[in-house]
Design a protein around this ligand. Structure first.
Ligand SMILES: [Zn+2]
Length: 400
């Protein structure tokens, strides 16, 4: 590590945190479009040192350097090329509209990306939508939504929204306490307003020792309990906190208040996460060694292995393991990624059709929720690898 990291928790400011996982020199960006192998190998890098706060249960990368981050137009994070994700996204929009009676209301999305979700919320519910995004290309095409290329802040308190949502953003925010507090100020003391967040869930990452879900852009990691606790600290009263999408995501709904409403049934003390932290810390090195050994053996035996997915998980999997020729290439459904390269390792990202020209023996799938979609597409293309395996349930490769 380049320098000593601070033990102070960005969420609750306690200083008794413990480091438990380190990965040096990983790409700071996972989903920028990298045009050449040389650029991929030379990409900016930073270190990961995950710390656990025993007071609030928060997990974060204490080696994160915010100044390294450049979220620009070449940042390609959309998940809406997958039919599985799109079905989930629309179900989520309909559920939120139903549950919080979002009809003819004012709805705000913070970090709206290309605006798919705020457009659904606005159009399905007949709502007035505002999509905020300070860095991404913003959407177009719906009269019901106004896109604002800015951070949502107290300067927009006059919008007086009935619903504010923020998906897949807080995990990128280092000073999460200040971020939540700013949201609280922007909403003001309007007790009927509902705030909704969705981010990756850390308990599952710990249980699966899912090192492919730990990467530089994600500096903040939450369990349901820790997320609720940080909402309380920021002056929100949690209404519900739950998991979805194969339990990969934690979702929370809350209202402005003083954070002192009764605990939800699934809000546990911070110490409840400690055994998971310990098990991850003790087991992950052996997992990494086993993956490296097995993938090397397969490669030496002339067996071709490819990864399905060229996004964040693929970058984390390849760079954390330090893989090279062991993986032939990666494929990705997102046409904007085809022809680009994996940051850090330089593996090619190709369209799935490449599998027809250069058929693999093994396809490694980084997210099992996509397995049915992927096996159907392989069948449709006439590609029949010896094995299609999920990193979460590795039937074959990590035996010694
Ligand atoms: Zn803390």
């Amino acid at each position: 590590m380049r320098e000593q990291t601070s033990p102070i928790c960005p969420g609750c400011h306690d200083s008794a945190s413990t480091p438990f996982y380190r990965v040096p020199a990983v790409p700071v960006h996972q989903v920028k479009l990298v045009p050449s192998r040389a650029a991929a190998l030379a990409c900016p890098k930073g270190d990961i040192e995950l710390r656990f706060c025993a007071r609030c249960g928060f997990v974060w990368n204490a080696a994160f350097v915010v100044a390294l981050m450049r979220y620009e137009e070449d940042y390609e994070s959309t998940q809406t090329v997958s039919p599985t994700f799109n079905r989930f996204h629309e179900r989520l929009a309909r559920d939120l509209i139903e549950r919080f009676d979002l009809r003819r209301r004012t709805v705000v999305e913070v970090g709206c990306g290309q605006g798919e979700f705020i457009t659904m919320l606005a159009e399905i519910g007949g709502n007035r939508g505002y999509g905020f995004d300070a860095v991404h290309r913003y959407g177009e095409g719906s009269d019901a939504v106004t896109f604002v290329k800015d951070f949502y802040s107290p300067a927009y308190a006059h919008l007086e929204p009935d619903f504010v949502c923020c998906k897949m953003t807080l995990e990128h925010v280092h000073d999460n306490g200040a971020f939540l507090r700013s949201m609280r100020l922007a909403i003001g003391d309007r007790p009927e307003t509902v705030i909704f967040f969705m981010i990756p869930e850390v308990t599952r990452i710990l249980e699966l020792r899912a090192f492919w879900d730990v990467y530089y852009e994600h500096c903040s990691y939450y369990s349901p309990s820790a997320l609720a606790r940080h909402f309380r600290i920021a002056g929100f009263d949690p209404i519900d906190v739950w998991c979805d999408y194969d339990d990969q995501y934690v979702l929370i709904a809350a209202r402005p208040g003083d954070g002192a409403n009764p605990l939800l049934p699934n809000e546990h003390p911070a110490a409840a996460l400690a055994p998971g932290i310990k098990a991850f810390a003790e087991g992950v090195a052996a997992d990494l060694a086993a993956w490296r050994r097995r993938l090397r053996q397969l490669h030496q035996a002339g067996h071709k292995t490819v990864l399905w997915g060229g996004g964040s998980k693929a970058v984390a999997f390849l760079t954390t393991l330090g893989l090279d020729d062991e993986i032939g290439y990666t494929v990705d459904l997102n046409p904007r990624r085809a022809g680009t390269f994996i940051a850090g390792t330089g593996h090619a990202i190709l369209a799935p059709e490449a599998l027809q020209d250069d058929p693999p023996d093994t396809v490694v799938v980084l997210s099992p929720i996509y397995l049915p979609e992927i096996t159907a597409q392989l069948r449709a293309m006439g590609v029949d690898p010896r094995s299609v395996l999920s990193v979460e349930r590795p039937a074959l490769p990590i035996a010694a």
